[in-house]
Ligand binder design. Structure first.
Ligand SMILES: C[S@@+](CC[C@H](N)C(=O)[O-])C[C@H]1O[C@@H](n2cnc3c(N)ncnc32)[C@H](O)[C@@H]1O
Length: 271
């Protein structure tokens, strides 16, 4: 079944995903490495923003990266070629109808995908089926409710809420990070562990001010302007003031905080 994808597929969104991946590589990937020869499924690879990091960090593992969007797969393949990767194959496929046999993979990796799905537990259960007993799943999601900043601003919170509402109306959940533990347990995984990954940004970290606050988070919120206005969730002046207030947090006395959640679970042996 096709799910709506709230961020869309335009080139600016692709660039944002790339900036996000680049800025957060260590925070999100430092503890993920797959053994030589293992078969890894990356579900919802998009334009390959995480794929390049995954495949470079585990050069002897073999990755199969799938996405619903054929255009994204074309772009992901181009980026992987450009990075000289030889351990990834890409395929256009729907997580809810994957063309693989049960127990075909040693590991599964999913990043920023569940937040767009109306049936995340069902998706996780399908991915569970594809794992060999003892294999692992790694899931990374954000949670927009974890956002706080200085100077605080009701206008900024209001534009973030526009995103939360739009995503909910599209069948997704922008607050899903906090639910990773119960979702993975409900999908039948064992030994589930979730760890928060906080991004803390102030002027002493200029690469995060630019790469995360400006080009990732604020760019994402600015990108929903037309949809939020069309849906009547805000008005042009109010929306622009909210985005401006997010930009204000990038000044010398500003601060911005956001928390991602990374969950790992294992396929039950004898399942
Ligand atoms: C925010 S992007 C994340 C892409 C990538 N994992 C990353 O971290 O940059 C979400 C991706 O999930 C894909 N997606 C959404 N629903 C899907 C489904 N049912 N099957 C496969 N991919 C799906 C979208 O096409 C989109 O590329």
């Amino acid at each position: 079944m096709r799910e709506a994808y709230v961020h869309g597929y335009d080139p600016r969104e692709n660039e944002r995903l790339q900036d996000q991946a680049g800025t957060l590589v260590d925070l999100l990937h430092a503890d993920t490495a797959y053994p030589a020869g293992s078969m890894v499924l990356e579900a919802g690879c998009g334009v390959g923003a995480q794929t390049v990091t995954l495949a470079q960090r585990s050069p002897a593992a073999r990755f199969t990266s799938v996405d619903l969007s054929a255009d994204s797969i074309t772009e992901a393949r181009r980026r992987a070629d450009q990075a000289g990767l030889t351990n990834v194959v890409f395929r256009q496929a729907d997580i809810f109808a994957l063309p693989f046999n049960a127990e075909s993979f040693d590991h599964v990796f999913v990043c920023f995908v569940l937040e767009h799905l109306a049936r995340p537990v069902e998706a996780l259960a399908m991915l569970n089926r594809l794992l060999r007993p003892g294999g692992t799943i790694t899931v990374i999601e954000g949670d927009h409710g974890s956002t706080y900043f200085h100077p605080d601003s009701p206008a900024a919170h209001a534009v973030i809420q526009c995103q939360v509402t739009l995503q909910r109306e599209a069948g997704g959940n922008a607050l899903i990070g906090r639910q990773l533990y119960p979702l993975l347990v409900a999908a039948g995984f064992d030994a589930v562990r979730v760890s928060p990954r906080m991004v803390y940004v102030d002027a002493s970290r200029p690469e995060l001010v630019d790469g995360f606050t400006r080009k990732t988070f604020t760019a994402m919120i600015a990108g929903i302007r037309e949809s939020a206005l069309a849906r009547g969730l805000s008005e042009p002046d109010r929306f622009d003031a909210g985005v401006q207030a997010l930009h204000r947090t990038t000044e010398a006395d500003g601060m911005f905080c956001y928390t991602f959640f990374k969950g790992v679970g294992a396929k039950r042996r004898g399942a």
